[in-house]
Design a binder for this molecule. Structure first.
Ligand code: SF4
Length: 228
């Protein structure tokens, strides 16, 4: 499968925030978020093809059993089911981070769903050539519901402005049996200052709605750098 990078850091977002984890970042994405913080996996995908055995032996070099498979969109990789099966045989705790537009059976301890809101659509970037496709694909309620019903989950929303909360309510209204405590809201931004300014009003809206707030600890600690 096409891998952009494998590295050891701490999980900076969500329910496992702070846990030392090995990150396997696949390359390639079916979406084109205008603010994508890993453009080297989406707008200009890079990376080499790795076999499953090579990935598994790379991961074993690090002293944590917590593995995060992220992207890009990891569900695009045909080998994703086989990789998760191999990692589980070795006793890994597996988180998969996905935009939840594609469903495949997986072995997974936590599915981290990140459905994309309207603030992600690239209406102007590259003359808007990906906008229609992105708009068509970014929310797939059937796929999201299937993950909710099948795995331990969290749903992360990236917000840019207060009005984005209206779209979060709309998305959640279309889904069944969502635990509000597993709904996590985080600020869009790749700079500490941006994040801390937005955090103030996001936290207040989370309190009003009973949603969780998640920081982006990796940016606070290391800045927007690869391998962190
Ligand atoms: S889904 Fe993720 S990897 Fe794909 S374009 Fe959006 S932010 Fe980037």
């Amino acid at each position: 499968m096409r891998i952009s990078e494998i590295f050891y850091s701490i999980q900076g977002e969500g329910r496992l925030c702070g846990i030392p984890s090995v990150f396997i970042r696949t390359s390639g994405c079916n979406l084109r978020c205008v603010w994508c913080d890993t453009p080297y996996t989406s707008w200009r995908p890079e990376g080499k093809s790795w076999s499953i055995s090579k990935i598994v032996s790379e991961v074993k070099k690090y002293p944590s059993r917590y593995i995060v498979i992220t992207g890009g969109e990891p569900l695009l990789a045909p080998e994703i089911g086989a990789l998760t099966g191999e990692l589980k045989r070795d006793g890994a705790h597996i988180t998969i981070e996905t935009a939840a537009t594609i469903f495949k059976p997986l072995v997974c301890d936590l599915i981290s769903l990140s459905p994309k809101l309207a603030n992600s659509t690239p209406w102007k970037r590259e003359n808007g050539k990906f906008a229609q496709l992105h708009e068509k694909q970014r929310l797939n309620f059937t796929v999201i519901q299937k993950y909710l019903d099948s795995y331990d989950y969290q749903i992360k929303f990236v917000v840019e402005r207060k009005a984005d909360f209206d779209e979060i309510h709309h998305v959640l209204d279309k889904l069944e049996n969502v635990d509000p405590a597993r709904v996590l809201v985080m600020a869009q931004g790749t700079k500490k200052k941006q994040l801390s300014e937005k955090a103030k009003w996001i936290v207040e809206l989370c309190k009003e709605n009973g949603y969780g707030f998640t920081p982006r600890l990796q940016i606070e600690l290391f800045g927007n750098r690869r391998g962190t």
